[in-house]
Design a protein around this ligand. Structure first.
Ligand code: GLP
Length: 247
């Protein structure tokens, strides 16, 4: 595992974009596993800027997103499909038919999940998986629990996640209570993982994920067992790790 520190959000966004760009340049047909949330927005902005300058070409790229709220259509502004179109896909030369997000409108959870697993297998697996991290250590929507869920599954979101994500909705009641998410096996099967974290609200989760015991209570802790993880975190997110003089 390599940890890169950045002084602030802009700094880590640029560093993460550099790493993702390298992947795109080295393998123009790469399959990128993408993430939503506020953390990757700056990285996506930087990628768009480099695309506009002519430095990046997305025409052969395939993407698979980590997760989607159950019950939201892609036109809903709070859906992760909408987020991806708005924050990246609409601004670069990607072929939208090769951008995949779980189908939030599929009511049959088993079908939604098995369809999505099939897509991940059909595209040939993920070359680089981008991850944010939840304040409770969740990745995608793999919430803390008794066991690591393997493949795409339907989750009941925890109260703390519903609360955290309510800032994007008009009120708490509008926040979906369930989501479809890639499982830990899907994530761990990616050839490379790029985890980005910003701000003190992530400091404890980041410390427990990178240096604590590997346990389903802290889903991101499984990443300690992945052979190729790059973490890009700002000083806020590294606060606890710095205090403990681990880096
Ligand atoms: C959501 C997403 C995660 C993301 C997390 C953190 O729960 N499902 O993929 O990592 O939020 O979001 P943020 O980057 O906004 O802190």
């Amino acid at each position: 595992m390599i940890i890169y520190s950045g002084k602030d959000y802009n700094d880590i966004s640029r560093k993460a974009a550099n790493i993702m760009s390298a992947q795109i340049i080295m393998k123009p047909r790469a399959v990128l596993g993408l993430a939503t949330g506020s953390t990757p927005v700056g990285m996506y902005r930087q990628l768009i800027e480099w695309y506009r300058k002519g430095d990046l070409d997305f025409s052969q790229i395939t993407t698979v997103n980590l997760d989607e709220y159950k019950g939201l259509s892609g036109e809903n502004e709070q859906s992760y499909r909408y987020f991806m179109n708005n924050n990246l896909f609409d601004h670069v030369n990607i072929d939208k038919s090769r951008t995949f997000v779980p189908n939030g409108l599929e009511k049959d959870s088993r079908k939604a999940c098995s369809d999505y697993n099939q897509i991940i297998h059909t595209v040939g697996g993920i070359d680089m998986q981008l991850l944010g991290i939840g304040g409770n250590g969740h990745i995608g929507f793999n919430e803390p629990g008794e066991a690591f869920e393997t493949e795409t599954h339907c989750v009941d979101l925890t109260e703390s996640t519903i609360q955290a994500n309510s800032r994007f909705f008009n009120n708490l009641d509008e926040v979906p209570k369930q989501a479809y998410t890639m499982g830990i096996k899907n994530i761990m099967s990616a050839k490379k993982i790029l985890l980005i974290a910003s701000g003190e609200s992530k400091a404890e989760a980041l410390y427990r994920s990178l240096y604590g015991p590997v346990t389903p209570n802290v889903p991101a802790s499984i990443l300690q067992l992945h052979p190729d993880v790059t973490v890009v975190a700002d000083e806020g997110a590294l606060k606890v790790i710095r205090e403990k003089e681990l880096i």
